[in-house]
Design a protein around this ligand. Structure first.
Ligand SMILES: CC(C)(COP(=O)([O-])OP(=O)([O-])OC[C@H]1O[C@@H](n2cnc3c(N)ncnc32)[C@H](O)[C@@H]1OP(=O)([O-])[O-])[C@@H](O)C(=O)NCCC(=O)NCCSC(=O)C[C@@](C)(O)CC(=O)[O-]
Length: 302
């Protein structure tokens, strides 16, 4: 395979980036400003909110207010996580452009994350898919723990392939493969992708890599080489997972963009504006900026 000529970045920071932020609840105004700034950078796909139980993920409890507060830009998709019908109904009400259902390749992780088995999660998604289809809303699917699980350890690539296939057959337009705790390495990433792409065409797959072990950029390079053309990333490397202790954020969007620019791959995103946004949100949350590119470029030039 060879590298794709264009890559779509799916920006995760307002959802995956903020859902696990410790301490006080992040003000809705900060989330809204983050999303607006991201859309000004040229990003066209932003996961803006999560309609999950606020008892489980308190930081996402203001999802409806966030969706109501943003300045929607033409051509930008504002997406939301919806684990069940209750979430979907709220997301439709909030005018989410698309939604996402999420399961995992590990039974133990699925139980901790959404309180059911993998099979039950798929059953729960069936009415979500049906209702979203009637409402004309596209549904993305996430498979977590594709390269390792914080509870069960090793994860069989064939199991990742089975769950990904089931979600595709259910009607998900794209399956995002989550290295939830960032334990993957390039060879592992390639082997996992090899197994999954036998069941799901590569142009229906996305890479969602966390950077816990500092391997996310290397892993991305490996899967881009195999033809992956959709990458999930989070500005300033914001994030973690509430049900994956010790997991750090998604790979930083700035670092992904720098890699892609070096490969001559188009994304339509402004790197300097993204760096400024990463510095701004890191300052606002009093948080270390997890982007190496942003740190190398120094302070913001706003
Ligand atoms: C799935 C449930 C709801 C099951 O949770 P449950 O407790 O089994 O569900 P339930 O149906 O018994 O409901 C319990 C309570 O939650 C309420 N509830 C029920 N559903 C909703 C909803 N949609 N929105 C708001 N409230 C909701 C419901 O009304 C009820 O309220 P009560 O009667 O106790 O007052 C719960 O486990 C949950 O919300 N989990 C979310 C976990 C989560 O958000 N994890 C992070 C996202 S996944 C991720 O980060 C990985 C990813 C995608 O990034 C990829 C990767 O990196 O690998």
């Amino acid at each position: 395979m060879s590298f794709p000529t264009t890559v779509r970045i799916f920006e995760m920071s307002p959802r995956d980036g903020l859902q696990n932020e410790p301490g006080e609840l992040i003000p809705t105004t900060v989330k809204v400003e983050l999303i607006n700034r991201l859309s000004q950078c040229g990003l066209t796909h932003i996961e803006a909110a999560s309609f999950v139980s606020p008892k489980w993920v308190p930081q996402m409890g203001d999802a409806s207010d966030v969706m109501a507060g943003i300045s929607r830009q033409p051509g930008v998709i504002y997406a939301a996580l919806t684990p069940n019908m209750k979430g979907l109904e709220a997301a439709i009400e909030a005018k989410a452009d698309e939604v996402a259902v999420f399961s995992a390749a590990s039974e133990a992780f699925t139980r901790k994350n959404i309180n059911c088995s993998i099979a039950e999660s798929l059953e729960r998604f069936a009415p979500v898919m049906e209702t979203a289809r009637h409402a004309g809303i596209r549904v993305r699917g996430y498979v977590s723990t594709v390269m390792g699980c914080p509870y069960q350890g090793e994860v069989d690539p064939q199991q990742v392939a089975r769950v990904a296939k089931a979600m595709l057959e259910m009607g998900c337009y794209e399956i995002s493969l989550g290295d939830t705790i960032g334990v993957g390495t390039p060879l592992k990433a390639k082997r996992m992708l090899e197994a999954v792409s036998k069941e799901v065409p590569i142009d229906r797959l996305a890479a969602h890599f966390h950077d816990t072990y500092g391997q996310a950029i290397a892993n991305l390079y490996a899967v881009l080489e195999e033809g992956i053309a959709v990458v999930d990333a989070s500005v300033a490397g914001l994030g973690g997972c509430p049900y994956a202790k010790g997991a750090s954020g998604n790979v930083a969007t700035e670092d992904v963009l720098y890699l892609l620019q070096g490969l001559g791959i188009e994304t339509g995103t402004d790197l300097q504006q993204l760096i400024n946004t990463g510095h701004w949100i890191s300052r606002t949350l009093s948080r270390h900026n997890g982007s190496k590119v942003a740190l190398a470029r120094g302070d913001c030039h706003e």
